[in-house]
Design a protein around this ligand. Structure first.
Ligand SMILES: [Fe+2]
Ligand SMILES: [Fe+2]
Length: 415
């Protein structure tokens, strides 16, 4: 049986099934293993993960009297947390199709600008804040036209451009979240600047560690965890960024329960903007492909984050985040009650539970079906989303082409 327990209650002889947190938070290559060494037990206690799943059929059980949760309990809590975020989608001025083209060009330009900016930082040169401001204005304008176009595109990064496109993605996510929280326009822009620069400290990490195509050693992992403070030094030296941006750079890896780093801040010790960055950062990290790990589906990522939310994120900020990207974000693979599989296109104006979906496959016959755009709001009572699916498990590739509206260059979506 699977049980979710606190890392503090972990004992040798238990079988670890899954760690509750982003894979950026721990140095383990595998997350399923028999816990047989003191060293691994200590590594788990020292990692940024405070809860995990154990399988009591494969290893030692939890001591009597200690608290644990079942799969059903955790799932139900996560679903309830997501349902509580049900809301009208953020206002769009143009359709997704219309913004995608513009957002694609902007992504290219933004990446080039971030590469140049980060290289300057690596060489000890001051950050060109004028350039940062212009870039953030353009990203904010795209998010204002359509809150999900740039965000969804920036997720589709290759692993070698990860650090740069991650900065662009977190910038756009911060702007959408700040708008959802109805912050004033200058603060929305500051949130964007903070998103763009939050990981600038990664420029202090040797490139062979930063771009290593495998899991990190304990030493390398510790070096990566120094990036918030390294970033803080870079920003302080440049003397041109606000206290808010500096705070986000230093504290975007802090967690509500105090298990984050570098300062182990907890609860209200963490600022609103650092709490926002924590959510945006994890979402983009777990939905992106890395050299050693395929990114998770966006809807599944949102569900996982809802499971981790209690110790990891601020509840109200997480809820606002879900309201800004959707319960089933653009690009998610979902199963409908009719047995059809589809990719989410647009969020619906009135309900995040009934987005527009492009159906393309029958889960029952396991065969492709004619593609059709289904507006689930109009289908109320006839069809609805009943689950999230993994493209990797179905063997679907290039699902983005379904919502980007381009045909695959060769082959199909299915092989
Ligand atoms: Fe970071
Ligand atoms: Fe980050």
């Amino acid at each position: 049986m699977l049980k979710r327990i606190a890392v503090a209650d972990l004992r040798l002889g238990m079988h670890v099934h899954e760690l509750c947190g982003s894979w950026m938070d721990h140095p383990f290559w595998k997350t399923r293993f028999d816990l047989s060494s003191e060293r691994d037990l200590q590594r788990l206690r020292d990692s940024g993960v405070s809860e995990l799943w154990i399988d009591t059929d494969k290893g030692r059980d939890l001591e009597a009297g200690l608290a644990s949760q079942s799969v059903a309990e955790v799932r139900a809590q996560a679903e309830a947390r997501l349902l509580a975020a049900e809301a009208p989608a953020l206002v769009r001025r143009v359709a997704l199709d219309e913004e995608i083209g513009r957002a694609q060009k902007l992504c290219g330009a933004a990446k080039a600008a971030v590469v140049a900016m980060f290289n300057d930082a690596r060489m000890g040169l001051a950050i060109d804040t004028g350039h940062v401001g212009e870039l953030v204005e353009e990203i904010a304008a795209s998010v204002a036209r359509h809150p999900n176009a740039l965000i969804s595109l920036a997720r589709l990064k290759t692993s070698d451009e990860y650090t740069y496109m991650h900065s662009v993605a977190v910038c756009a996510l911060m702007i959408a979240l700040a708008r959802r929280l109805e912050l004033d326009a200058p603060l929305v822009r500051e949130a964007g600047v903070a998103g763009l620069l939050h990981d600038i400290g990664k420029m202090a990490i040797p490139p062979q560690v930063l771009n290593k195509p495998g899991k990190l050693t304990d030493g390398e992992f510790a070096a990566v965890r120094e990036h918030p403070e390294a970033g803080g030094r870079i920003l302080l030296d440049s003397k041109q960024v606000s206290a808010l941006v500096l705070d986000v750079c230093l504290h975007h890896h802090e967690k509500i329960d105090g298990s984050g780093y570098p300062h182990h801040l907890a609860g209200e010790q963490i600022s609103l903007f650092a709490k926002m960055a924590a959510v945006c950062d994890v979402y983009d990290a777990i939905t992106s492909d890395r050299p050693y790990k395929k990114g998770w589906d966006p809807a599944e990522s949102i569900r996982k984050m809802a499971e981790w939310c209690a110790g990891h994120f601020d509840e109200a900020v997480f809820q606002a985040f879900v309201k800004s990207v959707g319960i089933y974000p653009t690009g998610s693979l979902v199963r409908l009650e009719s047995g059809r599989l589809g990719v989410v296109l647009e969020q619906h104006d009135r309900s995040l539970l009934a987005p527009q979906v492009k159906v393309f496959f029958s889960a029952r016959s396991k065969m492709p079906i004619p593609q059709e755009v289904v507006d689930l709001e109009k289908q109320a009572g006839r069809d609805r989303i009943v689950g999230r699916e993994s493209a990797e498990q179905w063997g679907f590739r290039h699902l983005e082409r379904l919502w980007l509206n381009v045909e695959p260059a060769r082959g199909s979506y299915f092989g």
